[in-house]
Structures are given as C-alpha cells and as structure tokens.
Write a protein that binds this ligand. Structure first.
Ligand code: GTB
Length: 217
C-alpha cells in the first residue's frame, strides 16, 4: 500500500528542504518506498480534516491503510522498522540507532529551534540582542559534544542509520546561520548525508513542489 504524506503547499524555506516532511521523504527514499504527497496550505492545516490526522495542525503526517501517524520521529521510526536499510539487524545496535534518533529530536534540536524563535519571533524584543548569544552558546555546546563523539567516523554508530538521518536533518536547520562551519567535523558529516542519492531524490522532490508553487504566482 502506497503511503500518503503531507507537506507544505508553499514551504516558508523556499525549497531548502528544512521542513520536516523532508525527513520522511528521505527515509522513504532510503528504503525504496514510493509515496503520495498531499500538499496542504497553512489554512487547511488548521481545519478539522487535517486536525483529525494531526492534533497540532502541522505537517508532516503519514497515512498507510488504517494507520495515521504524526510526528516526524515516529513516522521515520515506523518506516525504519518496517523496511530494511535504516536500522541494524543486531538488537543492541538497533537500540543505539534509535537512541540517536531521540538524541537528535530531544537533545540537539531544542536549542536549534530556540535560535529560530529568538531570531524570527523574538527578534524585535528589546532583550533579543542579549539573549541571542546565550542561545548560540547552548547550540555550540551541543555541537562540540556531538563533534567529539563523531570524531573521524563517517556516521554516529557504524553504518548509516535512521539516527544519522534524523541528526543530519536536524543539523541542516543550522546551515543558514553559518554555525555549522565552526565545526568542520559536523559540516562534513552533514555534507555526507546530503550527498546520499536518497537525500538528493527527496530534496529534488520537495524543491519541485516549491518551484511549481512559484510558477503559479
Ligand atoms: N515535532 C513535530 C515533528 O517533528 O513532526 C513538529 C512538526 C512541525 O514543526 N511542523 C511544521 C508546521 O507544520 C513544519 S516543519 N508548521 C506549521 C504550523 O505549526 O502552523 C518546521 C519548519 C518550518 C519552517 C522551516 N523553514 O522555513 O526553514 C523549517 C522547519
């Protein structure tokens, strides 16, 4: 059964692949599973039909037969558990790969999201200039720790896994800030992720949506 995912009709990132449908698209490409994509506007996301799929009125969602899922982490884990290619067979290595997925979402992503909020939501507040360096230092702390753990390995724990997919996509959100460049080990790690053919196919697919929407303007 071909799964259906949702994505922005017009992504605010202008097709840079930073929205979270990209993680799901990438995971599906890695395992060779085609999908249908239903595009939703910001308005439609807040309507009952979409809220029935996603209680917080966001993308991405994932439908497959009777199953409806939300949360990019849960969706990628579901894909990784049902198809070969994103989780190791060995039970302990599998558990560690899943731990890296959680680390991306619960430990590395929160300070990165704080930066987006500090810049785009709180940027006009009088205290914003004082807060920004603190937020950036919290990110640097995490990046330093992650960089030390990765060392000169290609991936976080053996072969590429769903943990790397989630971590690379989380780090990509930092690209516009230039902060990744301060950590060459992580910049190279992200570049390795981006160089994967599955990433490229997923990136091109989401960019095509943005380009088509631009054409309709
Ligand atoms: N925890 C959820 C998950 O991982 O699935 C978070 C989902 C989420 O934040 N979805 C966002 C959304 O639907 C899109 S991805 N927002 C609409 C709303 O809340 O009304 C977040 C995102 C948005 C924009 C950029 N960008 O422009 O760079 C990057 C990431």
């Amino acid at each position: 059964m071909t799964p259906i995912i949702t994505a922005f009709e017009r992504s605010p990132d202008r097709g840079q692949g930073l929205a979270r449908d990209m993680r799901v698209r990438w995971a599906l490409e890695e395992v060779g599973q085609p999908c249908e994509v239903r595009l939703v506007s910001f308005e439609a996301m807040k309507q009952p039909a979409h809220l029935a799929l996603h209680p917080f009125g966001q993308i991405p969602t994932y439908e497959e037969g009777d199953l409806a899922l939300f949360e990019s982490g849960a969706i990628v884990l579901h894909i990784a558990e049902r198809h070969a290619g994103l989780l190791p067979d060995d039970a302990n290595a599998r558990a560690r790969a899943i731990a890296w997925m959680f680390a991306a979402l619960n430990t590395v992503e929160p300070p990165i999201l704080e930066l987006a909020i500090a810049k785009f939501v709180e940027g006009d507040k009088p205290w914003s200039e004082q807060r920004l360096p603190l937020v950036k230092d919290r990110i640097r702390n995490r990046l330093q720790q992650l960089s030390a753990r990765l060392g000169d390995a290609d991936w976080l724990d053996g072969a590429f896994s769903a943990g790397d997919l989630m971590m690379v996509h989380t780090l990509l959100r930092l690209k516009p800030s230039g902060m990744l460049g301060e950590f060459p080990t992580l910049a190279a790690y992200v570049a390795r992720g981006e160089a994967r053919p599955a990433y490229q196919r997923a990136f091109d697919a989401q960019l095509a949506v943005f380009s088509a929407a631009q054409g309709k303007l």
